[in-house]
Design a protein around this ligand. Structure first.
Ligand SMILES: [Zn+2]
Length: 297
């Protein structure tokens, strides 16, 4: 049982193509943050009360979720085993070497101008970390085999991915390292004050919501179930790797509030002055900062 090949280069494991153990959070970072021996709990949540709560106007912090499963790890033990030594010591290591000096400056709050080149390096590193985190989690997989292989070929995040960065407030609670979720806030202009949050993964058995606005509920369900986001906390640098499924729906705009800077895709990239002035108080605020506006035609 189990796959016998590297997720990136797709070479079968053999005596000449050995398995490596890729650290999900690289060793240099664990040393820098002094969290090698720190225990972490990875928890899988699901929405509460799916029959009634699929459709509601969310309040900040009200995520209506319940715990499904939890695993305990020590940070240094968070590794992924389906990577070969060539990839691990080769292109994955090159990505670390490129990103490390930039990320270290940012973690230490040094002033640094993130130009297109730096944004590209952080995007690549954030994407790599997010896909390895996701595939090694006790959680649903967001990425296909092709995503891993394409990354190996192009050494770049896919064009339809969105990546942004933000800064975590100094007095934020310690110990939140990442979030993986499908919750987005959808805004339908024709519904005036209605926001639909598809934190639901199934959307089964909606009662009231569907009767009021079936069309929008269906759109939110479909878009939400096919979209995802992963937020990483790297010593106070927040990196969000996300994908919004557009499908055949009317014009969809993605918007965010201040404090969040897009770094991928690179088109029209603007220089970013780090440290950013606005901070987020926690990871969830940054994760739900995305608003998807669905315009009717
Ligand atoms: Zn490989």
């Amino acid at each position: 049982m189990g796959k016998r090949k590297c997720v990136f280069c797709a070479r079968n494991f053999s005596s000449s193509s050995k398995r490596a153990k890729e650290h999900i959070y690289p060793s240099w970072l664990l040393s820098e943050l002094d969290i090698k021996g720190t225990s972490i709990y990875t928890t899988h949540f699901r929405p509460f009360d799916k029959a009634q709560r699929a459709f509601f106007k969310p309040k900040r912090g009200d995520l209506r979720i319940k715990q499904i499963s939890q695993r305990k790890h020590v940070f240094a033990g968070l590794v992924y085993g389906l990577v070969c030594e060539k990839c691990n010591n080769g292109f994955l290591n090159d990505i670390e070497k490129e990103a490390k000096p930039i990320l270290l400056k940012m973690i230490k709050d040094r002033r640094v101008v993130l130009r297109e080149e730096e944004q590209k390096v952080i995007s690549k590193w954030g994407f790599k970390t997010a896909i390895i985190l996701n595939i090694s989690s006790n959680f649903e997989g967001y990425f296909s085999e092709e995503t891993f292989h394409n990354f190996y070929i192009t050494k770049q995040p896919e064009k339809n991915m969105l990546i942004s960065i933000a800064k975590l407030s100094k007095d934020a609670k310690k110990g939140d390292y990442w979030i993986q979720a499908r919750n987005f806030i959808f805004e339908f202009p024709e519904l005036s004050d209605f926001y639909i949050n598809t934190i639901t993964d199934k959307f089964t058995g909606i009662s009231k919501g569907l009767e009021i606005v079936p069309k929008q509920a269906k759109i939110a369900q479909d878009m939400g179930n096919n979209s995802f986001s992963i937020v990483l906390n790297i010593g106070g640098i927040l990196i969000k790797v996300f994908y919004i499924f557009v499908g055949g729906y009317p014009v969809n705009l993605y918007e965010h509030k201040p404090g969040e800077s897009k770094i991928w895709p690179l088109d029209n990239s603007v220089d970013i002055n780090w440290p950013l002035e606005d901070c987020f108080k926690n990871l969830i605020d940054f994760q739900t900062n995305i608003r998807v506006r669905v315009l009717s035609n």
